[in-house]
Ligand binder design. Structure first.
Ligand SMILES: CC(C)(COP(=O)(O)OP(=O)(O)OC[C@H]1O[C@@H](n2cnc3c(N)ncnc32)[C@H](O)[C@@H]1OP(=O)(O)O)[C@@H](O)C(=O)NCCC(=O)NCCS
Length: 153
């Protein structure tokens, strides 16, 4: 694991306030994905019961909790802000909250050709439980699972 200067670990990751508008989240998403979600789509997710959103100026994460199962819907860190621990901080925030809400498992899908995300998830303890063929425009995805509540050092 890389060691970061202390100040880089202190991300101001907070629950996203929908009153701030979702255009900023859509703009971040567009820096990260070839088929980005627009503001209306993100707003629709945010009003769906069980949806969690944590954000920072340079990234955000959306997840959903339904009973004992939680799911990461999307995770985005702007290219210029990567490699400083923000993706991990966003995930830790949402994982902790999902556990507090009673979820016992968290699932996600990740492209087999996304080494940085695969390494991030593995480092947090996610393990492969399945495979979806041609899930992302013809690219295969792995299904990963993490047992909750998860403890972080
Ligand atoms: C995946 C993503 C969220 C990572 O965000 P990030 O802020 O750069 O990640 P962090 O700095 O928190 O890195 C945490 C861990 O992830 C892994 N990681 C991150 N970037 C990496 C890279 N370029 N190469 C290899 N491993 C990497 C490492 O294990 C790292 O831990 P370490 O720093 O102790 O080695 C970011 O690259 C991103 O938004 N990518 C585009 C969107 C995407 O793929 N989202 C996930 C879809 S499933």
């Amino acid at each position: 694991m890389r060691s970061y200067p202390v100040e880089k670990l202190l991300f101001d990751v907070v629950p996203f306030d929908p009153r701030a508008g979702t255009f900023v989240l859509a703009a971040l998403h567009a820096t990260c994905f070839p088929d980005p979600w627009n503001a209306a789509a993100i707003s629709a997710l945010l009003v769906t019961p069980g949806t969690l959103a944590y954000a920072h100026d340079d990234g955000f994460v959306l997840a959903r909790v339904a009973g004992e199962e939680a799911e990461i819907l999307t995770l985005a860190v702007a290219p210029a802000a990567r490699g400083r621990g923000l993706g991990r901080a966003l995930l830790q925030a949402v994982i902790t909250k999902a556990g507090e809400m009673g979820a016992t498992s968290m699932f996600l899908e990740v492209g087999v050709d996304n080494p940085s995300a695969l390494a991030l998830y593995a480092g947090l303890g996610f393990a492969k439980v399945g495979m979806r063929k041609a899930y992302y425009n013809g690219r295969d995805a792995l299904v990963l699972r993490l047992s909750l509540p998860a403890k972080f050092a």
